[in-house]
Ligand binder design. Structure first.
Ligand code: UDP
Ligand code: MG
Length: 318
């Protein structure tokens, strides 16, 4: 049984895999105990899977899961966690933005008794101002709206103890915002500050759309405040409407011919109310859509291929 499991999600990373393997295996060679490297192919359309198979044949520490299509980063990591056998599980990206050489430091903190060691970015340099601005606002809004303290500027690069991984694996939910879930489980957690490197090669796989979806997921799965905001919006609209009614009545009686009684006023009121209702419906829809997804209870992913794990674990877990 390996002591350490390294989980790496991979989506179209053919340019990065050789270098990633070179640096990771150097780190693994120097660990104090046996380790396994779990490569999760998230439905790549380039040569990633072939490269993964080659590594699997060459190195018996390598095992892999290959999804039948692209299910997204969070699901890929979740699958890796379900299959990991180590006492400590380390999650890192395939593009070498999370330097593998830091793994021994994470392990050191784990040995000091921390069940979760998450890597936290000291600064974000190579990202453009727009991404930085979005990330900054997102983490602040998220923390204002949730009771779970989710540390800002952390990614999925972390080390988790077996106990934590078992808890995460037992969570049946499909919207897996892992950074949030990881904070939610509790245990002794600590940050490890690091500077995130630029991508080794290739394009970013997290498009703006995927990032936005992740952000909405995070907010909706960790907070019910948006629902309350819907209520408040409704109350504010009602208050404005009441005020207007009183004003109009007053003007009608005391200032005949007031301008506020024409079409414009009516149209504005209609649009305003329509907007409030649509926003509230949208918020409700986000939650109901999630209930629907959960109730359907489909498996989190479908496996096309698997290498290095015993047969009975190849069933698709929920
Ligand atoms: N990734 C994945 N599935 C996806 C998108 C990304 O498995 O649908 C993987 C990708 O191969 C990489 C990691 O997730 O190992 C992080 O992706 P990326 O570097 O594009 O995002 P960022 O660095 O902005 O977090
Ligand atoms: Mg990256």
């Amino acid at each position: 049984m390996p002591k350490y499991s390294l989980v790496v999600p991979i989506y179209n990373e053919e340019e990065n895999i050789p270098e990633m393997y070179r640096r990771l295996s150097a780190v693994m060679d120097n660990l104090d105990r046996h380790s396994e490297l779990i490569l999760v192919n998230d439905g790549s359309r380039d040569r990633s899977l072939q490269l993964i198979r080659d590594l699997y044949r060459k190195d018996n520490r390598v095992c892999y899961l290959s999804f039948a299509r692209n299910f997204g980063h969070q699901v890929a990591v979740s699958a890796g966690l379900q299959y990991a056998r180590g006492e400590a599980v380390i999650v890192l990206d395939a593009d070498l933005q999370d330097p593998p050489e830091l793994i021994p430091y994470l392990i050191e903190l784990w040995q000091q008794g921390f069940e979760v060691v998450y890597a936290q970015r000291r600064r974000r340099f190579q990202e453009n101002w727009f991404k930085r601005f979005c990330a900054y606002t997102f983490y602040r809004v998220l923390n204002a709206l949730t009771d779970t303290k989710i540390p800002p500027d952390t990614g999925d690069f972390c080390l988790m103890d077996r106990q934590v991984v078992d808890v995460l694996n037992s969570m049946p939910e499909r919207d897996r915002y892992l950074r949030g879930l990881r904070a939610w489980v509790g245990f002794r957690q600590t940050a490890f500050l690091f500077d995130r490197d630029p991508r080794f090669a290739g394009e970013v796989k997290y498009t703006f759309r995927k990032s936005l979806a992740l952000a909405i997921n995070a907010l909706v799965s960790f907070s019910k405040v948006p629902l309350r905001i819907a209520t408040y919006l409704g109350l504010v609209a009602a208050a404005i409407a009441l005020l207007m009614a009183i004003l109009v009545f007053y003007w009608r009686v005391f200032y005949p011919g007031s301008p506020l009684t024409g079409y414009a006023a009516i149209l504005i009121a209609i649009f305003f109310l329509g907007a409030v209702q649509l926003v509230c419906l949208g918020i409700l829809g986000e939650y109901i859509g999630r209930i629907y997804e959960e109730v359907k209870g489909r498996p989190l992913y479908t496996l096309g291929e698997i290498g290095g794990f015993e047969k009975e674990r190849t069933q698709n877990p929920r």
